[in-house]
Design a protein around this ligand. Structure first.
Ligand SMILES: [Mg+2]
Length: 252
């Protein structure tokens, strides 16, 4: 919240929807990375496809120790920095892919998974799953081959930038095309961990976890889960205080 407030720009709402989903993954007992050696060949990979969620990626990787938090806060969203408005591939910083255009990152991730033995995770938005290229990926386990090391993470917050989203048929379509589909509460730590544990235990199918989330969860309760706050930072100290109060009440 402070990062985005200071920059006066960035997607706070989307990032808040992914807090438990992202932290539950990188702090799980199976995820392998080395923040001191981002190019370690056997690392597990996280591809962020819905690139506007990069603030949560930037903060988590700072916490993990890929780079100093001070650098992030001093240069966030500057065009010439390591922390642009969408992620630029930078293995030293733990960023596997450049993003921005929706519907692309999940194909980059699937291609990587086809060639790698380590686990490949890809985070997509529910609005992004409406892209024809995203829907095309649904057929990949059937038309290409299943990837037992691939886990697609769908941030199902029910909202896109300017409209609501219903991905109801996604789990049915996924199963029909050969995915192992898991549906879970993306804000409940146990539900998140159970979903990941199940996903990594299955090795003969591509996996899809559909996490039910709330856009803006843990921020200003007046805005969470509602249209109209996409990409809008807290505008002033009063709004920031409302966000932080919401965080403290919901995430004790
Ligand atoms: Mg969404």
């Amino acid at each position: 919240m402070e990062l985005i407030y200071r920059t006066k720009s960035g997607h706070l709402d989307t990032s808040l929807a992914l807090v438990e989903v992202w932290l539950g993954l990188v702090y799980s007992d199976f995820f392998r990375c080395d923040p001191k050696n981002g190019e370690w060949v056997d690392r597990d990979r996280i591809f962020l496809s819905e690139g506007h969620a990069c603030p949560i990626q930037y903060m988590v990787n700072a916490e993990l120790g890929y780079y100093p938090k001070e650098e992030l806060f001093a240069t966030n969203r500057r065009p010439d920095s390591n922390f642009q408005g969408h992620t630029v591939r930078n293995l030293k910083y733990g960023f596997e892919n450049s993003n921005g255009s929706l519907g692309i990152g999940l194909w980059q991730a699937y291609g990587a998974a086809l060639e790698l033995k380590s686990k490949v995770f890809c985070i997509v938005g529910d609005g992004e799953m409406q892209e024809p290229s995203s829907l095309g990926l649904l057929a990949a386990p059937h038309n290409l081959k299943p990837c037992g090391n691939f886990i697609l993470i769908v941030n199902n917050n029910g909202l896109a930038q300017d409209a609501s989203v219903d991905i109801g048929p996604l789990s049915i379509a996924g199963k029909a095309w050969g995915w192992h589909v898991i549906e879970a509460d993306g804000h409940d730590w146990k539900s998140v961990d159970d979903a990941y544990q199940q996903a990594v235990s299955i090795i003969d199918k591509s996996k899809m976890i559909i996490f039910k989330t709330v856009k803006g969860k843990g921020g200003d309760p007046a805005k969470a889960g509602k249209l109209g706050s996409h990409g809008k930072p807290p505008g002033n100290e009063t709004e920031l205080a409302a966000y932080i109060k919401g965080l403290e009440s919901e995430r004790k």
